[in-house]
Design a protein around this ligand. Sequence first.
Ligand code: NAI
Length: 411
Amino acid sequence: MSQTPRTSFPKDQIKVLLLENIHPLAKDIFTGEGFQVETASGALSPTQLREKLRDVHVLGIRSKTNVTAEALADAKRLLTIGAFCIGTNQIDLDTARLKGIPVFNAPFGNTRSVAEMVLAEIIMLSRQLGQRTQEMHKKVWKKVSTQCFEVRGKTLGIIGYGNIGTQVSTLAEALGMTVIFFDIVAKLPRGNAKACNSITELLKEADFVTLHVPATPQTENMISVEELKLMKPNSYLINASRGTVVDVPALADALKSKHLAGAAIDVFPEEPENNTESFATELQGISNMILTPHIGGATEEAQANIGGEVPAALIRFVNSGATPNSVNFPIVDLPPTRKSHRILNVHQNVPGVLREINRIVSDLGANIAAQALATDADIGYLVMDTDQELSTKIKQEIEALKTSIKTRILY
Ligand code: NAI
């Protein structure tokens, strides 16, 4: 008999497919784990992906691969999907969930990159640096101090105090700014930052307003004609969140009428698919207007962070079944129990499933060392550590239940 411990599924048979030029660090991490890795530079169409996913266990994509229901139709072996970016709109999360496939993304990988860019823009706007550099490139020497300000002592209003908003808060205080913020969820203020009770309160007080909210029906055109009117005369607006959050024609009017002293916009309601398409917006040609092509999170560091963050979550799920931070799945994170085997079961969330599973265990005379269940409206996710001798039999019986969607065993 071999002395090598048995594994439920030999690691060298786990196939990982990484599309869209994912950072090479990801491949190194998966290879280091003993998995087989195939990489491709481009995206695949749903039809091509369907074919490819027949024998893939772990899929990694960025924003251009659409993982539709069609793409997942034959993905019987697929255990998990990693989005090597923040957004997961390109994945049919519900279909994946109902097939027992958790999806993970990289929520923090580019947080710092966005925050640093926002800080740079605050100073650039305040000192009209965009304007000055454009003039110099046109051979114009315009040394002025009128309407150019230090940011020290000014008030920064942050709308959306999440990962990025709180980083911006910390960095802005280091520059001597007063920070106020508004969030729909109660948040612990960083440093001396103060929470506002409403967006109105924030808009009336801030010299700079920066937006860090997600794209939701509530945030669509969150900053429009009325909100811009509430902003202080000669204040500045920064949007590096999502393009739908700002009413662009209204912003163009507020800048042309000189009510606002400047703006920096990184995201737009409609953005080109790639770098070969041209781009037009009402905001072009307006003075003290910084326009950037959705590059807030686009740094080498962010790509490397994402290249490390997502594989860590995927490997943890493959090896232990843990789903913390999954974007579409009930969260279970059970520490491993010694001398047990672990059964992972995704099932339809109908009454009596847990009773059935516990009946199987009890009828077989097995012991449960640890058990954790989390559910959503449609599915339940059970992680259970049980006797090594009986685990295979238990897994077979649970798998045979009509309610079971996916069942795995980890030795
Ligand atoms: P997060 O989820 O950590 O924070 C978002 C915050 O907004 C949360 O605290 C949430 O409670 C709050 N919020 C939601 N709806 C709100 C509302 N109606 N009013 C006030 N607050 C509200 O997200 P994170 O990571 O900080 O990202 C923020 C935004 O930045 C997202 O839209 C994200 O897509 C975008 N982003 C843009 C990048 C770029 O390249 N420009 C790169 C990375 C993220």
